[in-house]
Design a protein around this ligand. Structure first.
Ligand code: OXD
Ligand code: MN
Length: 580
């Protein structure tokens, strides 16, 4: 570890190197350093104790996928959906930007564990960074300091990551991964997904590469436990693209709580899963905190997270009230008098939203009132259902179940969703995002699909695979389903299917609940809306199939034949159902 840190310091030339032990005293020093910068503030100490506001550079507010690269000797190994750079060329190009980048700054060395400290599934990482904001966030998102160095001992089995803010110029910003060396370099951005290297860079891109080699899975999935009457808890993992409601689903206040159905949170963004000796796929949440999207979060949408956000939380790019309290669109109520925007300007209507649409909170997971008692179980939790989903105004019904694992992999591989503010670029454009891993898979996604198919053969008790869509719209453009806490009704059906009970109707695309099988008491939803929510329109599916055929074609011969086969099978089922 020391050797690697020395090399990083020789390259970046900091004035000072600080090894982080993760202690409270050290955290105070780091927060003090963070507050010296004009972009960070302490919030109201009475109502938001130990909470901070950070404003990032306006051109550094989201993940930058076009500046994110996977560097392998052979270009073909990253596949058609990743950006590729030759490892040698990347070292020269990005190395030049890192050369002397920490001059006049302090280099913080942050050893961390992804996953519970005592879990055999967890892994150690090491991030060096010149940003105290990054250190303060890493402290919430991972287990940092002494626990990590203790776990590592003399071993060299850690994933190093070198991060520097550089000059924050998007033209000199690169997030590069060397999966063969298990190394990450990131320069020019302080944004979470680009700079908190344990999260997307390690726990997804590098880990997905390792997982394929080692026979496990690193996925962009929330993990939740659904408690049913009698107290039994069934665990489910769900993959939705960024900013499509993973955090809200994982932390939902169930609309069926009075009937004994309650949701417990294990994780909200990432799942590491291994086959355990009981034959189930077991999942851990490698993270220790939630880095969630603030806008749209309020007491009516996610009260559990709201109850966690009033202490020990770092807010990024939210607005701030005259009382020094954080504010964003959807928090509840209109903009208060004296509101200041995320850019630090006095708010008025001409300024648009006061919070950036991708404004975030970083909060310790254990502060959430719905955190599962098993969220740090070293062996993870057994997964009974995998749920895929996206934002789809048309097409996909509220929920359907795949016919089997292979068909489920096809369902995941053909997932699509409207783009959101979590990444720079246009919002609301439909794009294919297999398993919600498009921006996060560290190798060729054709090989990733193959890995999924192989895992399915190896899991003695495989989870059933489902697809959900909370975002279907009616002819008037309005959402048909109320979402949020009402989504538990769908989870309940999924649970019943897992237990071999829930009633279903077989359609061309999979099993859809019989209308009577969905618990709808207490919910006012028009019959037409329900019909539309479950309608499988063969014409629409034909159009979608043409699009997914084009997407699959990009992968050439590396695409597993099983997926082409599923594609043809679906095409045949649809053909049969369309009257000539
Ligand atoms: C995230 C993302 O921050 O997916 O989780 O962008
Ligand atoms: Mn995510």
């Amino acid at each position: 570890m020391e050797t690697w840190v020395d090399q990083a310091a020789r390259l970046t030339k900091p004035d000072k190197v600080v090894f982080c032990d993760g202690s409270e005293a050290e955290n105070n020093v780091i927060l003090h350093e963070m507050l010296k910068h004009a972009d960070s503030f302490r919030l109201n100490e009475k109502t938001y104790p130990n909470c901070y506001l950070h404003r990032s550079s306006p051109s550094d507010v989201a993940r930058t996928e076009h500046l994110t690269f996977i560097c392998t000797p052979d270009k073909d190994d990253v596949g058609p959906t990743n950006n590729w750079m030759d490892p040698g060329a990347a070292k020269i190009k990005v190395g030049a930007l890192l050369d002397g980048a920490m001059r006049g700054r302090t280099m913080y060395v942050v050893p961390y564990i992804m996953g519970p400290a005592n879990s055999p599934i967890s892994k150690v990482g090491l991030e060096v960074t010149d940003s105290p904001y990054v250190v303060a966030n890493m402290r919430i998102m991972a287990r940092i300091g002494k626990v990590a160095t203790d776990r590592l001992g003399n071993s060299a089995d850690f994933v190093p990551g070198l991060h520097s803010l550089g000059d924050l110029d998007p033209l000199r910003r690169y997030i590069v991964h060397f999966p063969e060396e298990r190394l990450i370099w990131s320069v020019g951005s302080g944004y979470g997904g680009n700079a908190l290297l344990g999260k997307k860079c390690f726990a997804l891109r590098i880990a997905s590469y390792m997982a394929r080699q080692q026979g496990w899975m690193a996925e962009h999935m929330l993990i939740l436990g659904l408690e049913s009457p009698g107290g039994k808890v069934t665990y489910m993992a769900a993959a939705f693209p960024s900013a499509c409601g993973k955090t809200n689903l994982a932390m939902m206040v169930s609309a069926l709580e009075s009937q004994g159905y309650k949701v417990w949170t294990v994780g909200d963004d990432i799942a590491w899963m291994r086959i355990a000796s009981d034959g189930y796929l077991h999942a851990i949440n490698p993270e220790a905190g939630f880095f969630g999207v603030a806008p749209g979060t309020g007491m009516n949408t996610n009260p559990n997270v709201m109850r966690a956000l009033n202490r020990n939380t770092i807010f990024t790019n939210v607005g701030v009230t005259s009382e020094d309290e954080p504010w964003w669109e959807g928090i509840g109520g209109g903009p208060p008098e004296g509101l200041v925007t995320w850019r630090g300007e006095k708010w008025d209507l001409s300024k648009g939203p006061a919070a950036h649409p991708n404004a975030r909170y970083t909060v310790p997971a254990q502060q959430s009132p719905c955190i599962s008692p098993n969220w740090e179980a070293p062996e993870g939790v057994p997964i009974s259902a995998i749920i895929f989903g996206g934002r789809r105004g048309r097409l996909a019904p509220l929920v359907y179940e795949s016919f089997d694992w292979q068909h489920g992999v096809f369902v995941g591989a053909t997932m699509a969703s409207e783009t959101t503010a979590a990444t720079t670029g246009d919002v609301g454009i439909m794009r294919r995002d297999p398993m919600a891993m498009l921006p996060f898979c560290g190798y060729d996604m054709a090989d990733y699909f193959r890995h999924w198919l192989e895992m399915g053969k190896r899991i003695p008790k495989p989870p059933k695979i489902f697809h959900v869509n909370w975002f279907r719209r009616g002819a008037n453009g309005k959402f048909l389903w109320p979402g949020y806490g009402e989504n538990v009704r769908v989870l309940k059906w999924i649970l019943e299917r897992v237990e071999g009970r829930g009633e279903a109707r077989e359609t061309e695309i999979g099993y859809v609940p019989k209308k009577s099988a969905l618990t709808l008491d207490g919910l006012h939803i028009a019959r037409e809306a329900l019909n539309e929510l479950f309608r499988v329109d063969a014409d629409d599916w034909e159009i979608d199939l043409a699009d997914s055929r084009e997407f699959f074609a990009k992968f050439g011969p590396r695409l597993p034949a099983e997926l082409r086969e599923e594609h043809q099978k679906l095409a045949r089922r649809l053909e049969r159902s369309i009257p000539a």
